[in-house]
Design a protein around this ligand. Structure first.
Ligand code: BTN
Length: 252
């Protein structure tokens, strides 16, 4: 019996033992009119990609690496909303299947005990004024033990099992739960807009209401994280009272 309680998301699943990156595979399919909801999943990625051109550790047997194709009828500048939507869905999906309570770090890091246990990479295929496809890549660190991460990541990365006294989870259960909540939130977004997603994101995110430092290649902005705008931009109120909009950065 299928564990997947979704209408469309993941009902077509392209599973591969090993790929370069599930993002590449999903991009290829999306370029060939693959419908919304198709998922490309892999046990191992040779070149898993993270945000800001970083590599994503994607060894075999430990996590689940997948990309889903969406085709929302939105303008390209609204695509960041889907990144935040995915963060809400992954957080709730993990919570529902595991009982653990992850938190979000802006824009879309999923943390347990302040260490990263899942990451989201949103990319799109787009015309100047309309989105053709959004490819949401989700990496779930599920059954890693400590030695799986390189030394420089050990204080920053974790897995569900590590935060569950070493007890492993069924990867398919976690993935099915994430797809279910992704389908739920996407439906809410298409019918009711970004408002509900944004409110839930702000509840689940530790960033908001705290003093933060946003570090990007161009500058560092420090101040009080007030909230996010309707297009998913982070607002930081600086000491002098000015409000800075952060589009892309790392938060300390
Ligand atoms: C990040 O936090 O930097 C984003 C990590 C995203 C990793 C996932 S794993 C599945 C998909 N394929 C990739 O190459 N990357 C994403």
């Amino acid at each position: 019996k299928s564990r997947l309680h979704t209408k469309t998301f993941g009902q077509k699943l392209v599973y591969k033992e090993e790929v370069t990156s599930t993002q590449e595979e999903a991009h290829k399919l999306a370029g060939k009119n693959e419908p919304e909801g198709t998922v490309v999943a892999a046990d191992k990625q040779l070149q898993g990609r993270g945000r800001l051109d970083r590599p994503w550790v994607s060894a075999s047997g430990t996590g689940l690496w997948f990309s889903i194709i969406l085709r929302p009828d939105i303008r390209p500048q609204n695509a960041p909303q889907l990144t935040l939507l995915a963060a809400v869905a992954v957080t709730e999906g993990i919570a529902n299947a595991s009982g653990l309570q992850p938190r979000i770090k802006w824009p879309n890091d999923i943390l347990l005990n302040e260490k990263k246990t899942a990451g989201i990479l949103t990319e799109m295929q787009s015309d100047p004024d309309r989105v053709q496809a959004v490819i949401i890549g989700i990496g779930l660190n599920i059954n890693h033990d400590k030695d799986h991460f390189p030394p420089e990541l050990q204080s920053k990365a974790t897995s569900l099992a590590l935060e569950n006294n070493g007890t492993a989870f069924h990867r398919a259960d976690i993935t099915a739960s994430v797809l279910r909540s992704l389908e739920y939130w996407y439906g809410t977004y298409l019918t009711g807009g970004f408002g509900a997603v944004r409110r839930r994101w702000e509840e689940l995110a530790d960033t908001i209401g705290n003093h933060v430092r946003a570090v990007s290649r161009f500058k560092t902005v420090e101040g009080y994280a007030e909230g996010i705008t309707d297009d998913g931009v982070l607002l930081i109120k600086q000491k002098d009272g000015t409000i800075e909009k952060i589009y892309s950065a790392d938060i300390d």
